[in-house]
Design a protein around this ligand. Sequence first.
Ligand code: S3P
Length: 447
Amino acid sequence: MKRILKPARKIGGTIRLPGDKSIAHRAALFSILSRGPITIRNFPDSADCQRSLKAAETLGVRVEHGNNELLLTPPERLNVDAATLIDCGNSGTTARLLSGILAGSSVEVTLTGDESLSKRPMKRVIDPLESMGAEIFADNNCLPLRIRGRQLSSFEYRLPVASAQVKSALLLAGLASSCSVVIREDTITRDHTEIMLRQLGEGLTVRNIKAVAVTDPNDPRKRRMERPEPFKREITLDRKATVNGGLVDIPGDISTAVFFWGAAAISGRSLTTENVGLNPTRTAMLDHLKAIGCSVQIENRTVVSGEPRADITVTGGPLKPRKIYGDTTVGLIDEIPMAAVMAAFASGTTIIRDASELRVKESDRLVAISENLNKMGIKCGLLEDGLAIEGGKELNGTDFDSFGDHRIAMAFSIAGLFLYGPSSIDDDEVVAVSCPNFYELLDQIRV
Ligand code: S3P
């Protein structure tokens, strides 16, 4: 439905976000391979995570609902008929992680998805899974995927794309098939799979490759930092690795918090988000906010289920532009839509590079961002791998297009708060993919 977005006079208050989507997917999907029950606290009712939960249920996991808790009891053994279809909806994480589990299992299942997911690249998981011996049938390397589970073989892989989904799919394939897997990462991606496996099971080791000081052979007075290996992290799953079960307590989703922090940043006011996940692979936005002129206060730090969390207060200020590239872009991969909206309110030109992955998200996010920024009167250059955004003043309300993408809808709904005159966003229900109560939270922060 089309939603009218009215400008906000002031922003503020304290809110709590739904549970982290990435952690929730993993908790639900781990139950398929677990030896014992898994209790999950704060599982979000976002559409994507419900897809993973439903997939687990289809494969025989018993799901019992308690007070903000789910109890997932795995089946004795996976046993479904070969005509089984699992609809992954809009969820790339469900499709890719489940591909790994199914490839190494004893069942045959077909994965389908909605129009957007059916266009997203699956070759990045199909190729390495096939190298492990998987049997996967697909047209054009896209969904639907028919996966006939079988015994896989041990595998070593240096990730060609920085993707936590690919890494996780391969680790889950190894777990499902009891074969060892070694993954090497040139860029460190979110590590929730590794943390959860260590919390709920055993058989995983992580080696960080630190740079060391070496003497220049041509000039012994000079020393430089060098990494003894070309990659930054090596993750090894033992063939005897197991998931045994236990408790997963999910923190609030930092990737959803960023939209509300963005509102604080643009308005120049303070806003607090409680119990937000602060895994270091996900906190690039906090550094970004500081770099563009905001202040960030972190209180009540704790670690639960191996995942750090805290209450975060962001206070906006006059916003500065920034060059975003390399590992920073990877760290902000889901946050670029909001970073781009903040750039529209900064004084100067923000450049975003190394972001071609954004072209294969729920929409082509580079196109979606540039078209919507142009609509509100911002000059935005579309680059092959990024954007050049010239910040502006006196921006006018407009009719935004969500491109069917939850993060585009949320970022431009925030933009609508700060434009002259009302704006609108089409297809507002798409926010349910990660934050069904987004517009209620938006009402709460208008003070
Ligand atoms: C995710 C990994 C990232 C991210 C996505 C969630 C995950 O995707 O963009 O929203 O939970 O592993 P890629 O693995 O494609 O980078």
